[in-house]
Design a binder for this molecule. Sequence first.
Ligand SMILES: Cc1cc2nc3c(=O)[nH]c(=O)nc-3n(C[C@H](O)[C@H](O)[C@H](O)COP(=O)(O)OP(=O)(O)OC[C@H]3O[C@@H](n4cnc5c(N)ncnc54)[C@H](O)[C@@H]3O)c2cc1C
Ligand SMILES: *[C@@H]1O[C@H](CO)[C@@H](O)[C@H](O)[C@H]1NC(C)=O
Ligand SMILES: *[C@@H]1O[C@H](CO)[C@@H](O)[C@H](O)[C@H]1NC(C)=O
Ligand SMILES: *[C@@H]1O[C@H](CO)[C@@H](O)[C@H](O)[C@H]1NC(C)=O
Ligand SMILES: *[C@@H]1O[C@H](CO)[C@@H](O)[C@H](O)[C@H]1NC(C)=O
Ligand SMILES: *[C@@H]1O[C@H](CO)[C@@H](O)[C@H](O)[C@H]1NC(C)=O
Ligand SMILES: CC(=O)N[C@H]1CO[C@H](CO)[C@@H](O)[C@@H]1O
Length: 496
Amino acid sequence: MRWLRTSIFVSVTALLSVCLDYALGSSASEGHANALIDALSPEAKVYFPNSTEFSTLTSRWSSLAEPIVNVAVVPATEDDVVKIVQYANKANLPILAFNGAHAAITTLGRMHGGIEIYLGQLSSVNIAPDNKTVTVGGGTLSKNVTDTLWSAGKETVTGTCECVSVLGPGLGGGHGWLQGHYGLVTDQFVSMNVVLADGTLQTIDADSDLWWGMKGAGQNFGIVTSLTSKIYDRSQTDWAIETLIFDGDNVEALYQAANDHFSNIPVDLINWSYWLNIPTADPNKPIILFYIIQEGVTSVDPTYTKPFHDIGPISVEADSGTYKDLAAWVQIAVDSAPCQKAGLAHPRFPAYIKEYNISAQKLAYEAYAANVSGDSPFSSSIYMFEGYPVQGVQAIDGDSAAFAFRSDNILTAPLITYTPAGKELDDQAAELGNRLREIIHQGTGSNELHTYVNYAYGDETPQNWYGYEQWRQDRLKALKNKYDPEGRFSFFAPVQ
Ligand SMILES: Cc1cc2nc3c(=O)[nH]c(=O)nc-3n(C[C@H](O)[C@H](O)[C@H](O)COP(=O)(O)OP(=O)(O)OC[C@H]3O[C@@H](n4cnc5c(N)ncnc54)[C@H](O)[C@@H]3O)c2cc1C
Ligand SMILES: *[C@@H]1O[C@H](CO)[C@@H](O)[C@H](O)[C@H]1NC(C)=O
Ligand SMILES: *[C@@H]1O[C@H](CO)[C@@H](O)[C@H](O)[C@H]1NC(C)=O
Ligand SMILES: *[C@@H]1O[C@H](CO)[C@@H](O)[C@H](O)[C@H]1NC(C)=O
Ligand SMILES: *[C@@H]1O[C@H](CO)[C@@H](O)[C@H](O)[C@H]1NC(C)=O
Ligand SMILES: *[C@@H]1O[C@H](CO)[C@@H](O)[C@H](O)[C@H]1NC(C)=O
Ligand SMILES: CC(=O)N[C@H]1CO[C@H](CO)[C@@H](O)[C@@H]1O
């Protein structure tokens, strides 16, 4: 907004005030709008719906149940975030942080007109002189951190996908390649600066009662403007992958082998699978793409891959490289298709499980195949089964954080992908996703449905997101009543 302060200061400010009032609704007085604009630092920016920047800054990864934004504000300093929250409080306007904008939970759609706080200018990565921590701006993307640490011979846990932020995944737990060693993204947190609902900027750490809540339900309590996390010396340089493609008919044999051979999965091994249509491999039904990833080697140990080779894959491809290649290998690098904001709807229906139930896998595969094959509107969907190593996650006391599902081993989720075409199709997608999830849930033999809040669809309960233990629910509600009694931060998976 530098230009605001120069020659056309008076006229443009007046115009902006009118525009803000218009965009924000009649409750925002001209005085308020001026107060916000004047309070922000020179590098902060404000965009209205008539600008191309506004369309860029408001576009999201999933176009289902998007929050409706009237003005996008881009803070340049931590204090700008304070000023925006204070302004919104006075004017009683909804606010929502936009970071990587990859959250797809439908509760975000409850924001009908308000202020987007786009955190992209709060992007920075600084390794502490003692090499024990890194401090990142609240809007830093995951790839920035891993690349900077890599160059310094360091590593930490971040989300695996290059296009998501550090805080987006981390505030809800955060799964990543290195979690087998160090725990979740959230387990690395050392301290953070947060703008709370009352418009104050506070530094919080393990001494604060809020700390527990920030580690798993953090989206509920404020806007993190910077974060200090643990880092480690890089443990391995080499990584290797085998990508196997199987005919869907092998679903039982494959997951039986997965259960048999990986039940004590070593910390250096990651196994994922996707069910998706690759018509050149099978024109009629989804194939099973099976990834076996190992660290510290240039080819995956044959003792891990032999049981899968024996099942008879359609194809096997081996690759090797470094940590920095992993995202591209599993198609979640910055330039991979799943990272793009292409106007598609992307609801997911997650369920954590302890091990595969072979008959449930078979039932889910059949229902999925029946609904995504041929000319189905959902033919670009992906059913994801993520088996990260869990040693580091399970070594940490489960009561230490709001993240509730440490004892689960595998994260499953159909990602129903389609071109939006109205409510009827949205409802069909929800029906399909929930039906598939229910098959997997039934296969666990447990009444409890554990879901990863960062993948959640939006129709789940706080128990599904934050754990069934009554003390967890009580503690979250008490924190909410203390720190955000008006529910300013309640668009993302609200705790109550
Ligand atoms: C392609 C893809 C790959 C993914 N890979 C992983 C993965 O490897 N590991 C994993 O754990 N998850 C992963 N996820 C899920 C991911 O954790 C969520 O989608 C997450 O919400 C994305 O964060 P974001 O910053 O991109 O999204 P945003 O939509 O910008 O942020 C999500 C929500 O977090 C809150 N928020 C964001 N930044 C802040 C902040 N600084 N302070 C306070 N609140 C904030 C806001 O409420 C916001 O609505 C993946 C998702 C996709 C689409
Ligand atoms: C958008 O609206 C604002 C306020 O009315 C105005 O200052 C600005 O010039 C407009 N921009 C474009 C590109 O029309
Ligand atoms: C931190 O790491 C850098 C780069 O590897 C090194 O030059 C520096 O000496 C280290 N500092 C300490 C205190 O270990
Ligand atoms: C970090 O992100 C900024 C944009 O926010 C980009 O310009 C820069 O190149 C990135 N740095 C790294 C190391 O990826
Ligand atoms: C999914 O498949 C079932 C049959 O297995 C069918 O009854 C249902 O209509 C399908 N749903 C969609 C959304 O295609
Ligand atoms: C496995 O799933 C099937 C189908 O839902 C179910 O009948 C069975 O009880 C499940 N097995 C276990 C051990 O829960
Ligand atoms: C396919 C698959 O996910 N196999 C194994 C991966 O690792 C987990 C443990 O982290 C095992 O339980 C899975 O069977």
